[in-house]
Design a protein around this ligand. Sequence first.
Ligand code: NAP
Length: 266
Amino acid sequence: MPELQTSPIGGLALVTGGTSGIGLAFARALARRGCDLLLVARDPERLASTAEQLRSEYGVGVDTLTADLAGTEGIEAVAERLEDDATPVQVFISNAGHGIHTPLITEDLHRHEAALELMARSVLVLGGRAGRAMRRRGSGVIVNVGSVSGLLPLGGYSAVKAWVNTYSEALALELKGTGVGVTTLIPGWVRTEFHDRAGIGTSSIPNRLWLDSDRLVRDCLADVDKGKVESIPSKRYKIISFLLRRAPRALVRFLSAKIMSKRGGP
Ligand SMILES: NC(=O)c1ccc[n+]([C@@H]2O[C@H](COP(=O)([O-])OP(=O)(O)OC[C@H]3O[C@@H](n4cnc5c(N)ncnc54)[C@H](OP(=O)(O)O)[C@@H]3O)[C@@H](O)[C@H]2O)c1
């Protein structure tokens, strides 16, 4: 008889950036699977209304934690929650992030620095603290949201997401055999608030290259169930990523220059 595979997904799930886009899609999908939720973001009113909606729609417990993950205080508050054994976090979705539409040679580096804090330092600190606590408990799931953009040189955002893609794979290796699974989600373009918030033009992006956040999260959780280290949503982006990883870098730079010129700068 074939062996029945049990899902590692269950218990309490902490989702950073759980009020919008991909994070909200994770919150919905995890609630549908019966997980209680702890949502983290900066806007307390939006956190409260999202929590209320999820509670009434799915009948699960939803708590919120208001924290700015582009700062030490916010990162520490979430890290402490990830280590708390009283109500252990079984699933950690490290998702919060934003685009950067600022040249690398700008005088004022604050947007780049905030992005590094949010999408690199917080991912490093929270992944490490969650990983340690889960290893001690002998089980857990960590999903780090990287990007196909990390395979291209599209400004500061790509550089940070290249770090996330590599970091997450390295964390998976470090935790192999401990009962803690780490999956890197590597999406292409997804319809969320991301591009508007960063002031990135999207009119030149062909319709067929847009992904639906609910679909990509469903596929990602199926990959988590299978213990996959990487989840690249859709056949299209699987092929694109395969080619980007093998193409001559001169060709990758040529394509990147084309994309940047169409969206008006980096
Ligand atoms: N959309 C895409 O095309 C795409 C493609 C590849 C990868 N991604 C990645 O997917 C992740 C989610 O993006 P999304 O598209 O879902 O964007 P989104 O719709 O703009 O959602 C971003 C979420 O992150 C939270 N957030 C932003 N800055 C934060 C901070 N400093 N501290 C705590 N929370 C913060 C936001 O809430 P508050 O504003 O209330 O804090 C919101 O809940 C990001 O890591 C992004 O880089 C997106």
